[in-house]
Design a protein around this ligand. Structure first.
Ligand code: UVW
Length: 324
């Protein structure tokens, strides 16, 4: 047992989760992409078959936006700076290329988890073991096991289904700390006239990231507590039985920040990502897609994504594309 800030006893993750299913070893001792293994060629074709209109949507948020980027508290927003532009030529700091060509260059300094991003399966752990049982010491310096690179090299393609939990609850955005379960996801799906099928890439809209862009930052981050999915053993079993390869949400951490029942912070990162190998895609822009799906009633589509191939990264930026 450990103590949280309120000095209440909070169960250790090991005690909470160790009787629940794990996918360690299921795809071999060297596996680093976990439940993405469910996305076989058949699943890619099922995704392709869900394309009806030929209309693409991009789901990444803007990076280094003047209004700031949504980030987990304690991380810094991305900084993009010019290192070369017209001014360098105007003041003689740079010479045009032979023939007169000039150019602009810039660089960005950012947290790899500081924008729309895939988490590596080794991003979060407990009891000194990462996904598939790799020792937590493999994260030291750079991740040598279960980093984001194998996910980036594999890519993620399949049928996506969007569940609009905010719309289902009649809200623009879920409230701070508001929770929902797998049963709520199923109820919302029924309401939308769609089903969450085995191996679907599950996209869930809460409205939270949309709220970031129209709320003063002090208010958005005050007593930070995101809405989201909440832990229960049945929810973990549901993800396991449904063999969900990828959870994609418009929140910064894909789950309610602190589980209201147990006081554990981000238990689903461990229950789903570390133990089942479910990939997490966070800080995703879902408002425009949801608006469109509500208008035409098509909530399923082809989902295609690949994070950047960052060697040793615990995560990497991504701009997923869906095609309806
Ligand atoms: C943390 O690392 C705390 O969260 P995330 O998975 O959102 O990056």
């Amino acid at each position: 047992m450990s103590k949280n800030k309120l000095q209440c006893y909070v169960p250790d993750l090991g005690r909470l989760l160790d009787q629940l299913p794990k996918n360690w070893g299921r795809w071999g001792e060297e596996d680093e992409v976990g439940s993405l293994n469910f996305l076989t060629a058949e699943e890619v074709l099922r995704g392709v078959a869900s394309v009806r209109q030929g209309r693409p949507f991009t789901l990444g948020v803007r990076i280094a936006a003047p209004e700031g980027d949504p980030i987990w508290p304690g991380r810094a927003t991305a900084q993009r700076v010019n290192v070369m532009d017209r001014a360098h030529f105007m003041c003689g700091k740079a010479e045009p290329l032979s023939g007169g060509g000039e150019w602009a260059d810039d660089m960005v300094v950012m947290y790899l988890q500081g924008s729309s991003q895939y988490d590596a399966l080794g991003h979060v752990w407990y009891d000194d073991r990462l996904y598939n049982g790799y020792p937590a010491t493999t994260t030291v310096g750079a991740m040598t096991k279960a980093s984001v690179l194998p996910i980036a090299e594999r890519g993620v393609v399949g049928r996506g289904v969007l569940i609009d939990m905010a719309r289902f609850r009649g809200k623009e955005c879920l409230d701070r700390g508001e929770t929902f379960t797998h049963e709520d996801l199923e109820a919302a799906a029924r309401h939308q006239g769609v089903s969450i099928a085995k191996h679907d890439i599950l996209l869930v809209r809460t409205g939270w990231i949309g709220k970031f862009y129209c709320t003063p930052k002090e208010e958005f981050y005050k007593d930070f507590l995101e809405p989201g999915l909440t832990y229960s053993p049945d929810l973990v079993r549901w993800f396991h039985e449904r063999e969900i390869p990828n959870l994609v949400t418009d929140t910064i951490a894909n789950e309610v920040t602190v589980d209201p029942e147990t006081g554990v912070t981000l238990p689903l990162h461990c229950a789903l990502m570390r133990n089942l190998g479910v990939t997490f895609t966070e800080i995703i822009a879902l408002d425009a897609l949801a608006e469109d799906c509500a208008a035409d009633g098509q909530w399923t589509f082809l989902y295609v994504a690949a994070p950047l191939k960052v060697v040793g990264g615990s995560g990497a930026p991504v701009n997923p594309v869906v095609i309806k």
